[in-house]
Ligand binder design. Sequence first.
Ligand SMILES: [Zn+2]
Length: 230
Amino acid sequence: MMFWDGKYFLCVMLPGLIIGMWAQWKLHSAYGKYSQVPVESGLTGAEAARRILNEAGLVDMPVEEIEGQLSDHYDPTKRALFLSSDIYHGRTLAAVGVAAHEAGHALQHLHQDAMFNLRMALVPVTQFASYAWMGVIVLGMFLHLIPHYLMIAVVIFSVLTLFQLVTLPVEYDASARAKVQLFRLGLVREDERASISTVLDAAALTYVAALVNSVLQLLYYISAARNDRS
Ligand SMILES: [Zn+2]
């Protein structure tokens, strides 16, 4: 049982690759389109995020610019928002939508959203599982030093799948919060609603793809571990 065998390629790698590429394509086409469409309010992504944070009382929370494309995130340990240059300075529907989504994560943190907290608690466990997986590949698959590495693979992918499973509602909730605030504060007009939704839904799709990938890996290693025992 090796991770490069035909069954693994056909049942796990190929569908995972196709779904992942499809999600990336959807994201880049939605982002490409709406990063060309100016937002009526004329706000930059950073300004929109600032308004949402201030309204929630988070006036001291920094909104900072970082390098990279679509590297935008909320950092719960630093309690700060990081926006890529295009989003930070952009006065477009894509920029305002993405910035508001990240502000949505800050609101989840502020309101102690249960799933957000669970996801945060799972981060160190997930990081450990990811490192452990690299060890399993080298020591188990290549060097055959771990006798029951398939069982360990099942445990690792259970952790990773759980993490992706928790991530999904957190991401959808951040987008839902973003939309509520954007319209409530008048940062985006009603006729811009469908476009904002398209951008945010496309971003969420990448998390669906990641979940599908984890589930496929998990199912594969469960079936491989069963065959190994029989
Ligand atoms: Zn997010």
